[in-house]
Design a protein around this ligand. Structure first.
Ligand SMILES: Cc1ncc(COP(=O)(O)O)c(C=O)c1O
Length: 388
């Protein structure tokens, strides 16, 4: 038989999902794959029950139900001050995952280059392969995960660079880019005429005093920013697969077409139910921050008590722990042994870094207290069980 496609052969198995399988095999507390183990807001699930009876159950408009886009535009006005035309500047997608893929396919020709900060969310690797683009990596230097503006400029000015992907707040390192850092990125984007494709799925998961700045609101950035975002994390509905692209009409016009042929559209009944969430008032987002701050304090407080070295996250729900003290030169082996000997699942940091970094592992802490305490209890033995 003829060989299958080159593109599909270049994908590697997701390390995160592999660590989930390892966690199951050893009955470990799985803090590898990032999804909450608590329920979404009851108002949203109650509304879903109503919608089950009333519909809609057929295709929505390909670029998203009107009431969903209207509610989204209103929410963006509230949080970012941006005026967004729900007809020409929004495409509702199947999660931010599709939003990013459709954006990359709308922007890139095969051979174009895309700048990606490393460590990075693993999907961007696949997105570049599928869109035919070549990644150019710029390091975010641990433990503070800052970048060197000269290194960034050297990357952006390379011939063929078309876009930069900005994950803010960042998975895996929990970095929230400051306004000053975003100004540097924005100025370079304008100077070298590139697009900025954002991934802002953690925009509401922030730890004080960090604040989210939408790079699209910086001078001259609105027309060159393509916002990819979703409801997955903000409303704890990762399984609903609701995301969106917000960009200028010229860009959205292209994204609409790619999206139409990729998926036709997001699930109509879920869009209808999720409008309830988009209409929540400020108190919902304040409570979300309180809840995440509590989970972060429980988990990182426990890590501190155990004496582990970690980078305190500014946003998102992950923490990178430095495992140098354990004397392993392979973080994948470390994670497998951690699941087997200690009973806690983590992701090897090397799966996020392009650079040769093997001394970090990533835990996520979007979990109920009892899950976090169980993991911490097990981790309290880490030195006796893991030292070489
Ligand atoms: C940075 C980042 N972007 C996108 C996603 C996926 O988002 P969605 O569920 O909207 O496809 C995740 C999920 O973990 C993520 O961490």
């Amino acid at each position: 038989m003829k060989p299958l496609s080159d593109k599909s052969s270049s994908f590697t198995d997701s390390v995160i999902r592999r660590m989930t399988r390892v966690s199951i095999q050893y009955d470990a507390v799985n803090l590898s794959q990032g999804f909450p183990d608590f329920d979404p807001p009851k108002e949203i699930t109650d509304r879903l029950a109503e919608v089950a009876a009333t519909g809609p159950h057929q295709y929505a408009l390909t670029w998203g139900a009107k009431n969903f886009r209207d509610a989204l535009a209103k929410k963006y006005k509230h949080f970012s001050g941006m005026d967004i035309d729900p007809e020409s500047e929004i495409v509702v997608t199947c999660g931010s995952t599709e939003a990013m893929m459709a954006s990359m396919m709308s922007v890139c020709n095969p051979g174009d280059k895309v700048v990606i900060f490393s460590p990075f969310y693993e999907n961007y690797g696949a997105d570049t392969i599928l869109s035919g683009a070549q990644p150019v990596y710029v390091p975010l230097n641990p433990p503070e995960f800052t970048f060197d503006a000269d290194v960034l400029e050297a990357a952006i000015k390379q011939e063929g660079v078309k876009a930069l992907i900005l994950c803010n707040p960042s998975n895996p390192c929990g970095k929230v880019f400051t306004r000053d850092e975003l100004v540097i990125i924005a100025e370079l984007a304008k100077k070298y005429d590139i697009y900025v494709i954002t991934d802002e799925v953690y925009e509401h998961i922030l730890y004080k005093p960090n604040k989210h700045t939408y790079i699209s609101t910086l001078p001259g950035m609105r027309e060159r920013t393509i916002i990819c975002n979703s409801l997955s994390k903000t409303y704890s509905i990762t399984g609903w697969r609701l995301g969106y692209v917000i960009a200028s009409p010229v860009i959205v016009d292209r994204v609409k077409k790619v999206h139409d042929f990729l998926t036709v559209g997001a699930a109509a009944p879920l869009m209808e139910a999720a409008v309830t969430g988009l209409n929540f008032g400020d108190e919902y987002y304040e409570e979300l921050q309180r809840h995440y701050t509590h989970m972060k304090e429980v988990f990182t407080g426990g890590l501190k008590d155990i004496g582990l070295n970690f980078s305190d996250p500014q946003g998102a729900y992950y923490v990178m722990v430095d495992i140098s003290e354990f004397g392993y030169d392979d973080d994948v082996v470390f994670c497998e042994e951690l699941a087997r000997k200690v009973g806690v699942g983590a992701v090897p940091g090397s799966s996020f870094f392009k650079e040769d970094v093997h001394n970090y592992i990533r835990f996520h802490f979007a979990k109920q207290d009892e899950t976090l305490y169980k993991a911490l209890d097990r981790l309290s033995d880490i030195r006796t069980k893991m030292n070489r």
